[in-house]
Design a protein around this ligand. Sequence first.
Ligand SMILES: CC(C)(COP(=O)(O)OP(=O)(O)OC[C@H]1O[C@@H](n2cnc3c(N)ncnc32)[C@H](O)[C@@H]1OP(=O)(O)O)[C@@H](O)C(=O)NCCC(=O)NCCS
Length: 80
Amino acid sequence: DCRIAPVVADHLQGNGLGTELLKGALGILRQRGCRHVILFGGTRTSNAQAIRAYEKAGFRPAGVFRERGIESVDMWLSLK
Ligand SMILES: CC(C)(COP(=O)(O)OP(=O)(O)OC[C@H]1O[C@@H](n2cnc3c(N)ncnc32)[C@H](O)[C@@H]1OP(=O)(O)O)[C@@H](O)C(=O)NCCC(=O)NCCS
């Protein structure tokens, strides 16, 4: 199992790069035998753009947690 934390530079976001980045990263992880992928630290529930990008890649929510007053959601993907 492995963790990822994808980031696209602020001025380039919303142009499909994150979607392509995720496809490429997940392809490499699949080739290397990774079975499950989780987000490194989850993502904020207010971050609709990131949640949409992860959902498009097949990620599903695993649970919501709160740290220092900030609500985040863990998301995971099965590559099996
Ligand atoms: C999350 C991140 C990697 C996504 O990369 P990106 O290049 O912006 O994503 P894309 O352009 O490929 O796709 C974003 C999707 O969200 C949608 N979207 C954009 N703004 C949105 C909003 N406010 N609400 C809902 N969906 C939104 C886009 O329309 C697109 O979906 P679509 O293809 O169905 O139209 C990037 O935004 C990022 O680096 N954010 C800052 C760091 C971060 O939050 N990382 C994740 C923490 S775990």
